[in-house]
Design a protein around this ligand. Structure first.
Ligand SMILES: Nc1ncnc2c1ncn2[C@@H]1O[C@H](COP(=O)(O)OP(=O)(O)OP(=O)(O)O)[C@@H](O)[C@H]1O
Length: 229
């Protein structure tokens, strides 16, 4: 198995003086290809901050993030945005779909930026919408879909460009428990079938149960890192 994510003495501070918050303090984590890992911890413990830095959406105050062997913390803005587009898929709590685009167009969007041919885009989107159970709903806009269906589109969008890493920040937080469970099963199946690496920030006990590995943060530090047998 190869290392896809490595954080090296990762620190992130916000503010200064009296308002200084040490949101991440010397975090060293290694995640291998194909893992299904949950980042857990109380509110304010640094879960989102960690995912944002792993995903190159925020910069460390010190330390580094290595993805697929490359130090993203030393990349220029343009290099990083190309790298993010090709290597990382994001799934957010609030789905973050583009409202004026259909399910199919939302799923296709990143591949357009990657310059994938129209024929290949169509084939991959059709396959992925089928895998997430949305065949027949390709023409619907987000407002014409339920929350669970919108999150399925977001999962399809994150996976269809074939990134090596999927980062998901509280992906089930806005869903009822039955829909949330269905989506966790779906992500687990996609993880197993495609060997894509999934990292979740979550409060959801069902994700914790499904995760093979659990990393617990408290006050920006890793206090527990357990891999289930
Ligand atoms: N842009 C910011 N400016 C100042 N402080 C911030 C900023 N972003 C995060 N923080 C602080 O950093 C700490 C970690 O926040 P973070 O959002 O990563 O926690 P979390 O574990 O994801 O919390 P939650 O479970 O509530 O989403 C908190 O104390 C938070 O207030």
């Amino acid at each position: 198995m190869s290392k896809v994510i490595e954080t090296i003495d990762l620190c992130r501070h916000f503010g200064k003086g009296d308002t200084l918050v040490q949101a991440m303090q010397n975090v060293n984590i290694t995640i291998e290809e194909g893992e299904f890992t949950a980042i857990i911890g109380p509110s304010g413990s640094g879960k989102t901050t960690l995912l944002q830095m792993i995903g190159g959406l925020d910069n460390p105050s010190s330390g580094a993030v290595m993805l697929d062997g490359k130090n993203i913390s030393s990349m220029t803005g343009a290099e990083l945005s190309d790298f993010r587009r090709d290597h990382i898929g994001f799934i957010f709590q609030a789905y973050n779909l583009i409202p004026v685009l259909s399910a199919e167009e939302n799923a296709e969007y990143i591949m357009l930026l990657q310059g994938v041919s129209a024929k290949e885009r169509k084939q991959r989107v059709d396959d992925m919408l089928a895998q997430v159970g949305l065949t027949g709903k390709a023409d619907r806009r987000p407002a014409q879909l339920s929350g669970g269906q919108q999150q399925r589109v977001a999962i399809a969008r994150a996976m269809v460009s074939k990134p090596s890493i999927i980062l998901a920040d509280e992906p089930t937080a806005n869903l009822d428990s039955h829909t949330g469970m269905d989506l966790i099963h779906l992500m687990k199946t996609l993880n197993e079938e495609n060997n894509m690496t999934f990292v979740f920030a979550t409060h959801d006990p069902k994700i914790m149960d499904s995760a093979k590995r659990i990393i617990r943060l408290v006050d920006g530090k890793v206090v527990e890192d357990v891999t289930k047998p």
